[in-house]
Design a protein around this ligand. Structure first.
Ligand code: N01
Length: 545
């Protein structure tokens, strides 16, 4: 029997990925708070627990994509590759869980199904999929940004006779593609990584592509001992440089404008960044490619040219070369041998833009013109209900019965991308309208958790225990994030989860803060220095007695 009596804690933490693990560590071990964490997964790992499809790997160098909060941890951990695969990142998070004894504070296989604020005693109540209820004054959501896979939108998918697999919720058992006819829908970062690997063993692989992507080489290589030693010797400087970079990686060779240099110099920069890999082409070539269409055209046409060089069949190359939307307005994927996969005799490419998928049938996929493609296995790499999806999935109700779903009916409304007016003491780590996915996630997470803990300290030192944004501060932040987006080319993308328009019916609003991590941190520092400007701080006992 599950007890229906609520248990009471100082804080509830949602998620056991990078955010939840760090939040539990800090609140429990440094602030000695009584904390309970929940995760729907069977163990720690978050994104890296669920996304275990073939080819899944990080696309920020792990010297940067890792925790910075403990120098011993960053010194002792050894990455085997520059851009490690999912299994190694999961091992890292398991190591973190062991090292700080974090698992004992979590309940796994337990999803938070509702979160309700009680105005009478200023407490949150969480109900879980296990039928338990838990109360706490503070809730820290580490539910993630890309953790709710997009619902399949293909009629008949439940009648498919073979296996349907989702990249964002990949099975834990070994999946063999040997001799199978595999169909895959989606060529975002997940699809591109999966296609490159699955092509190697599938009997036949058919890629159903709607919008071709601007994928560029990741440039992965086995860890070089001399490079690792040099980085570890100077880790603090590396972390400082990362935190002071727009996107949280310490690249430092960006030039102001693609239009201010000669075509030869532009080509030299593009070649250099292409060959060195990572996000260098995107964020360390020219500073205006996300802001000026003419500048963007130069890099877009460069990438098209490089794709055409790599794909032997000119018809396939044409289909793979993206046209009609600017580079970087959809999140740029990084790849290894992706375009070469299309040179294999067992790989076909089908355009489903002009001729969309009409239905999934028991034997495969039928397109609008009636063409049928038969498969033994269908893979959905169709993306996520990004940024807002994981929060809305928790059925959050704030002050006076205000539902988060209603508050955000026209798009997210937050202050600093961390809290929402009417939802006191609910901290959304890497929430919508924060730098989140446009920053280096582990650092973005640490910054948000540290801000949260400092706010709790500030409250405690003053005998207070409730913090929430003022509606006017929230409105100003929403306007600011929208203005920043309007100044970029992002709204020009036909479908991009950055803008929420990859999900039918979702409001088209920018979901990330585009001012860059340093400007964001400066704003947070200003808010704190001004005594938590834009927040109302109060005492549960005084306000609610
Ligand atoms: O999802 P996506 P993702 N019919 O939304 C297609 C992170 N990530 O899981 O573009 C046909 O990018 C859709 O087509 P279109 C990273 O931040 C990181 O790949 O809408 N096609 C698109 O091609 C990334 O950006 C890594 O026309 C349909 C694809 O599905 C984010 O996760 C690895 C369709 C979805 O692409 C999401 O990436 C993996 C339909 N009805 C992911 N619906 C790293 O490397 C959707 N599509 C760290």
């Amino acid at each position: 029997m599950v007890s229906t009596e609520p248990t009471t804690h100082d804080a509830i933490v949602v998620g056991a990925g990078f955010a939840g693990l760090y939040a539990v560590h800090v609140l429990r071990d440094r602030r000695h708070m009584q904390v309970i964490g929940f995760d729907a997964a069977g163990d720690v790992g978050g994104t890296w627990y669920w996304n275990r499809y073939p080819g899944a790997r990080v696309d920020i160098e792990s010297v940067h994509y890792s925790y910075s909060f403990d120098d011993e941890l960053q010194q002792e951990w050894h990455w085997t590759e520059r851009f490690p695969a999912q299994a190694e990142i999961l091992s890292y998070l398991e190591h973190v869980a062991d090292r700080y004894d974090l698992r004992r504070s979590f309940r796994f296989n337990t999803r938070v199904v509702s979160l309700t604020w009680d105005d009478t005693d200023a407490m949150w109540t969480a109900t879980t999929s296990a039928g338990t209820t838990h109360r706490a004054r503070f809730v820290i959501s580490g539910a993630g940004t890309l953790s709710v896979p997009k619902e399949p939108e293909f009629p008949g998918v439940e009648d498919f006779a073979g296996e349907v697999l989702m990249t964002g919720n990949w099975p834990h058992h070994e999946v063999s593609f040997e001799g199978k006819r595999v169909g895959i829908i989606g060529v975002g970062s997940s699809g591109i990584q999966a296609i490159s690997e699955i092509a190697k063993t599938a009997g036949h692989l058919t890629v159903l592509q709607r919008t071709p992507n601007y994928a560029t080489p990741i440039g992965n290589y086995p860890t070089r001992p001399d490079e690792e030693a040099a980085e570890k010797a100077d880790y603090r400087a590396i972390r400082d440089a990362s935190r002071n970079h727009f996107l949280g990686v310490p690249y430092s060779e960006v030039q102001p404008s693609a239009l201010a240099v000669s075509p030869e110099e532009r080509r030299r920069v593009f070649d250099d960044r292409w060959n060195r890999g990572g996000f260098r082409l995107f964020i360390d070539s020219f500073g205006d490619i996300l802001f000026d269409k003419a500048a963007n055209d130069t890099v877009a046409s460069y990438i098209r040219e490089r794709i055409r060089e790599r794909v032997h069949d000119p018809a396939k190359a044409e289909l793979l070369a993206p046209e009609g939307y600017p580079y970087g307005t959809k999140r740029p994927p990084l790849e290894t041998d992706y375009y070469e996969a299309y040179n294999r005799p067992n790989v076909d490419l089908v355009d489903v833009k002009g001729n969309p998928i009409a239905a999934v049938t028991p034997t495969g996929v039928r397109l609008a013109d009636g063409t049928e493609h038969d498969f033994d296995m269908l893979i959905l790499a169709t993306g996520f209900d990004a940024c807002t999806g994981p929060l809305l999935a928790m059925n959050i109700t704030g002050r006076g019965g205000l539902r988060l779903a209603d508050h955000w009916a026209d798009g997210p409304q937050t202050y600093l991308g961390l809290m929402a007016a009417g939802f006191p003491n609910l901290f959304m780590i890497t929430g919508p309208q924060s730098p989140s996915v446009l920053y280096n996630m582990p650092l973005a997470i640490e910054d948000h958790v540290d801000f949260t803990v400092a706010a709790l300290d500030h409250l405690r030192e003053r005998g207070l225990d409730v913090i929430e944004p003022e509606p006017s501060a929230e409105a100003a932040w929403v306007a600011h994030t929208n203005e920043l987006a309007e100044a970029t080319l992002l709204p020009d993308s036909p479908t991009s989860w950055y803008m929420g328009n990859n999900i039918p019916g979702k409001p088209r609003r920018v979901l990330v803060y585009l001012g860059g991590a340093p400007a964001y941190r400066a704003k947070c520092d200003e808010v704190v220095a001004a005594g938590y400007e834009g927040f109302t701080l109060s005492s549960a006992s005084r306000v609610f007695a």
